[in-house]
Design a protein around this ligand. Structure first.
Ligand code: HMG
Ligand code: MG
Length: 296
């Protein structure tokens, strides 16, 4: 199997998916979900966030989630917005964190209550602590294909923030179409701009399916050589800016397509579909993806 036919899937359901759920999900259920995902072959899982519980109540118990997953055979990561979050992540024994910036000024203000520039000032001590504690740092860029407040976002704005995250020391840059508005040509142009600065092997795409474009955008990204894809089991994760809309692209749908195209992901599709069904029957959340519904 050549390097080029291998795709790394970053499972974000337990964080990006659950963070949007109004219904309380117990710590035990969160732990069970991550374990099931790892058993299905997902080896990179975002399991929580050390953010303000006032902003995102669902992530409040992330330290307990990590405590329950100490011996898991998977690389777990957590979102961290600032020094305080990083202190909590270190305390919880987290080995990988993700900092999150935005390509849109307005979204930055709404999401983390500061400008893009201020967000980088907050990331600086996080990076320093990461180096001291040998913690890997992933960097997110939100709103790469559009912003709910500003509308269009230029590819150059996305490239600028991506470059800054890489220069800061992020080992991987995840490009998020946070509200799922992008179409394939737009994704292609956005990626072309980013790839002028960031090597393709460091680039991940994080597509939302709000307008049914996620798979097409992923295909456009694969065409450009991207081999890291974020996805969320059962398509967990609504979009707070588009009521009733589906959220992150479903991991089952991505794995199904990649399998059909001859890519290797290490994920057992049947086992993953069973996890999706457990999300529906055990967590009582709805399945947004197509494949898990088709494979009843
Ligand atoms: P702030 O209110 O400006 O922060 O929020 P502050 O520094 O003024 O502190 C206010 C209070 O929060 C204080 O507590 C702090 O101690 C506390 P108080 O004195 O009022 O009791 N605080 C914290 N508590 C826990 N953990 C922390 C922390 N920091 C401060 N880390 C802040 C700024 C960044 C904290 C806030 O805006 C926040 O937590 N935002 C997180 C929002 C979030 O998680 N959004 C979702 C993730 S991003 C996303 O989904 C996009 C992505 O998935 C990509 C895509 O989908 O496209 C990545
Ligand atoms: Mg997302």
């Amino acid at each position: 199997m050549s390097e080029d036919s291998r795709v790394k899937i970053v499972e974000v359901g337990p964080r990006d998916g659950l963070q949007n759920e109004k219904k309380e999900i117990s710590t035990a259920h969160k732990i069970e979900l991550v374990k099931k995902l790892a058993d299905a072959g997902l080896k990179h899982i975002e399991a929580g966030a050390f953010v303000s519980p006032k902003w995102v109540p669902q992530m409040a118990g992330s330290a307990d989630v990590f405590a329950g997953l100490k011996d898991l055979n998977a690389e777990l990561s957590a979102l961290v917005p600032n020094e305080k979050g990083m202190e909590a992540a270190i305390e919880a024994g987290v080995k990988e964190v993700a900092i999150f910036a935005s390509a849109s000024e307005s979204f930055s203000q709404k999401n983390i209550n500061c400008s893009i520039k201020e967000s980088f000032d907050r990331f600086a001590p996080v990076m320093q602590m990461a180096r001291q504690h040998d913690i890997k740092v992933r960097g997110y860029v939100s709103c790469v294909n559009g912003c709910p407040y500003e509308g269009e976002i230029s590819p150059e704005a996305v490239a600028k923030v991506s470059r800054a995250l890489m220069q800061m020391g992020a080992y991987e840059i995840s490009l998020g179409d946070t509200i799922g508005v992008g179409t394939p040509v737009q994704t292609f142009e956005m990626l072309e701009a980013v790839l002028g600065d960031v090597p393709v092997e460091k680039v991940a795409v994080h597509m939302h399916d709000t307008y049914g474009q996620a798979m097409a955008n992923i295909l456009a990204s694969l065409d450009l050589g991207v081999r890291i894809i974020d996805a969320s089991v059962a398509g967990l994760g609504g979009c707070p800016y588009a009521k009733g809309a589906s959220g992150n692209v479903a991991t089952e749908d991505v794995v199904y397509m990649l399998k059909g195209m001859g890519f290797e992901t290490g994920v057992d599709l049947d086992a993953l579909v069973a996890v999706s069904h457990w999300v529906r029957d055990g967590l009582k959340l709805s399945i947004q993806g197509k494949v898990a519904s088709a494979l009843k």
